[in-house]
Each structure stands twice: as structure tokens, then as C-alpha cells.
Design a protein around this ligand. Structure first.
Ligand SMILES: [Fe+2]
Ligand SMILES: [Fe+2]
Length: 169
């Protein structure tokens, strides 16, 4: 913990830590949602969805790591009780009850859109007031925007393929 790290933040540090812990919890849920989705996915798009989900899972875990480091730097503790993760998260975990790629990708697209709102919010709170948290949130936001785009691309490919098969058979 750095005293100066806290001193230079022109925000209520305890409010900031609460928000960072919510985002941290959301990243763990996002990680697990992709990871378990990659295990469960079935159907024609299995291979591509599995690869993309595992790549995203890795990035969500990196986001959790960045947030944990920042929380520690600010003299606080990342969530230590596993049950608290789902309670704290505003972007909720959506259980992948349907293993079809269309359903999994749609659920993860919703989660990405929630994450975009989360980091847009943190950027707005921190702009000009906490350069380091802003830098982290801006970096994560860029990746969440890419994730959204990739999920949208998958949905487009899936619906194009479905239309093609419907015409053929
Ligand atoms: Fe993330
Ligand atoms: Fe993401």
C-alpha cells in the first residue's frame, strides 16, 4: 500500500474501492461464464466459439488481476469471500443452461455490454481525478469493446449460416 497512491486520488477513495471491487467481482464471473461456456458449447460452431471463449476468459482474468493490483495499491483488499463475488457484481452471471452456441454467445454479448457500461462509468468517475485507475479502466474498456464486436460477429455468422441451411433444405 502506498500512502502517496491514496493521497493523489482526488476522489473519495472508499467509494472508488467499492466500485473497483464490484468490477473485480464481475470479471471473475465473466471469466467463469466464458470458461464454462467453452466447455459446454455444442453444435456446428463449437470449435470457433470454444477458441474465442477461451481467449476472452483469459482476458477477463487479466482484468481481474489488474483491478486486484489497483485495489491493493490503494490500501484495500480485493473480495476474499467467494460468495461475495456474485452478490457484489452488478453485471450478473448468466448460467449457460442452453448449450447451443447461439444462446451462449447471446448471453456473453449481454455481459459484454454491461462491462462496457461499467468501464465507461469508471473512466468518467476517474477522468482528471485518478490517472492510474483511469488508465486501467480505459485499457479494459478497449478490450470489452472488442469482445462485444467479436460476439456480434459470431451472432451474424450463426444467423447467416442458419438462413443458408434453411434455403438449402
Ligand atoms: Fe473484462
Ligand atoms: Fe469482456
Amino acid at each position: 500500500m502506498g500512502d502517496m497512491a491514496k493521497k493523489i486520488v482526488k476522489l473519495d477513495v472508499s467509494d472508488l474501492i467499492r466500485v473497483l471491487n464490484e468490477a473485480y467481482a464481475e470479471e471473475w464471473l465473466a471469466y467463469y461464464q466464458y470458461w464454462i461456456g467453452a466447455k459446454l458449447v455444442t453444435g456446428q460452431f463449437k470449435k470457433g466459439v470454444e477458441e474465442e471463449f477461451l481467449e476472452h476468459a483469459k482476458e477477463e482474468l487479466e482484468h481481474a488481476d489488474m483491478l486486484a493490483n489497483r485495489i491493493l495499491q490503494l490500501g484495500a483488499t480485493p473480495v476474499i469471500n467467494f460468495d461475495e463475488l456474485s452478490k457484489l457484481a452488478k453485471c450478473k452471471y448468466e448460467s449457460p443452461v442452453n448449450e447451443d452456441s447461439l444462446s451462449l454467445v447471446t448471453q456473453n454479448l449481454d455481459s459484454e455490454r454491461c462491462a462496457i457500461g461499467r468501464y465507461q462509468g469508471i473512466c468518467e468517475i476517474c477522468f482528471g481525478k485518478d490517472h492510474e485507475t483511469f488508465r486501467i479502466a480505459e485499457y479494459i474498456l478497449k478490450q470489452e469493446l472488442e469482445h462485444e464486436q467479436e460476439m456480434e460477429d459470431f451472432l451474424r455468422d450463426i444467423s447467416t449460416a442458419k438462413q443458408y441451411y434453411q434455403k438449402q433444405f
